[in-house]
Ligand binder design. Structure first.
Ligand code: GCU
Length: 421
């Protein structure tokens, strides 16, 4: 048995090695393909007005992404109750208000709970808020000792001191560099974050997380067109927004969804499916996020679906090594966010996420923004590194690697000040 497991493991490692070594990082090897037109319906009708876009084209695109990419949520599941687990009006050395709010959901005799950590400027007004998931627990984004450590399943990570899939004190503050809490508060925004593993553990196991609350009798995994983990995490962001509508310190009409990498894919899908999000940020979201799949540059659909089979719905598998068959591409996901402000950000050292594909995607989504009279990425010429383009659709590519930096936050804040606040 051990031998067999070993054999299967080696096969997997070998196939990953082959897939990664076949990765294309050469612009001249990008296949030529037609960009699916956001303003042409699947029946070939040209969309000429906002009304037609909203009535005909937007719904059919959204439906395509639901059924074939991220998966549909089987039915609605509302907050059963919420509890303020902890609150302090003098947090962060007197600089901020802090709340830790637990949302509870119940269905099928099962319960799901997750906790939103919220920092707010100390004032008596309703504040705009950036909302985004974190990878290793709320306590990793700050040194603040009061932040509760989640008991949910986590990926092991030696450098974070995570063994036996359990989060510990050792990782407190390990990710502060990704969360510019002071800058955000100083600029008059709140920050809200959730450990994504509390909504759905990031593993190919559908017995846990929110999925299990919505199964029909004797169902134990989503159907081919039903939600994968990205859709589940997006659902979790929308329910946080439901809570914000009840919180007197938050301006729920000015909540910006934010996310990095797989959580950037999530942030985009949350913004596309819930139009209450006032703005959307995709930080290095790459394949299955902002970047164009048909370019097959960096990570491809076959590779992402093999490594992370639980992120998308099963119907998405049919497009691995078969991108030509896709009647859509990811710029159309971005166009679903129109006319709301959207920021797509890349990093020079993050070729895996195909920065040029992310840029072009923002460009091709722009025509829908133009329909609303908004400006986006009008040019097809990529800006130089660290020279952001700020419009309703914004874009930058910064120096450095796959990460979230102060540079990113400085730009998100500048953009939000103009287009969201
Ligand atoms: C992997 C994956 C990416 C993803 C990233 C992340 O690199 O291939 O698609 O964005 O993990 O979430 O960190």
């Amino acid at each position: 048995m051990k031998l067999l497991t070993c054999f299967v493991c080696s096969l997997f490692v070998l196939s990953m090695y082959t897939a990664q070594s076949q990765t294309n990082y050469d612009e001249s090897m990008v296949p030529s393909f037609e960009i699916p037109d956001p303003l042409l319906t699947f029946n070939g009708e040209k969309i000429k007005s906002v009304k037609e876009w909203e009535k005909i084209r937007r719904p059919e695109l959204l439906q395509f992404f639901e059924n074939n990419v991220y998966g549909k949520i089987p039915k609605s599941l509302k907050i059963d109750s919420y509890t303020i687990l902890e609150q302090d009006d003098n947090a962060l050395n007197g600089k901020a208000k802090r709340k830790q709010v637990e949302l509870t959901f119940k269905n099928n005799g099962k319960t799901l709970r997750y906790t939103i950590l919220i920092y707010l400027p100390k004032n008596n007004v309703k504040n705009p808020v950036f909302l985004g998931y974190n990878f290793y627990g709320n306590h990793t984004i700050t040194e603040d000792k009061a932040v509760i450590i989640s008991s949910a399943w986590a990926n092991n990570n030696e450098s974070f001191g995570i063994e036996n899939n359990t989060l510990t004190e050792e990782s407190r503050g390990k990710r502060t560099h990704r969360w510019a809490v002071d800058k955000i508060l100083d600029a008059g925004y709140g920050l809200a974050t959730i450990y994504y593993g509390e909504v759905d553990p990031d593993r190919n196991d559908f017995s846990d997380g929110v999925h299990s609350l919505l199964y029909q009798k004797s169902q134990n995994q989503p159907k081919p067109a039903e939600w994968g983990s990205i859709a589940a995490w997006s659902w979790g962001m929308a329910r946080a927004l439901d809570y914000f509508e009840k919180d007197h310190d938050i301006d729920a009409s000015k909540v910006i969804s934010f996310g990095h990498s797989r959580l950037g894919k999530t942030s985009l899908w949350a913004g596309a499916t819930d139009q209450r999000f006032a703005g959307v940020i995709s930080n290095n979201s790459g394949c299955g996020g902002a970047t164009l799949s048909k370019r097959k540059f960096g990570e491809t659909l076959a590779v992402i679906n093999e490594r992370f089979p639980h992120w998308f719905c099963d119907n998405f598998n049919q497009y691995g090594n078969n991108e030509e068959a896709l009647p859509i591409d990811q710029h159309q996901l971005l166009s679903l966010i129109a006319p709301r402000p959207l920021y797509v950000a890349s990093a020079e050292g993050d070729q895996w996420a195909d920065p040029r594909g992310e840029f072009l995607s923002a460009h091709y989504a722009t025509q829908v923004y133009n329909l609303y009279g908004k400006k986006g990425i009008e040019t097809m010429e990529m800006p130089k590194v660290n020279e952001p383009i700020h419009n309703t659709v914004s874009y930058h590519i910064r120096t450095g690697k796959h990460d979230v930096t102060d540079y990113d936050w400085d730009n998100y804040i500048k953009w939000a000040n103009v287009f969201v606040k």
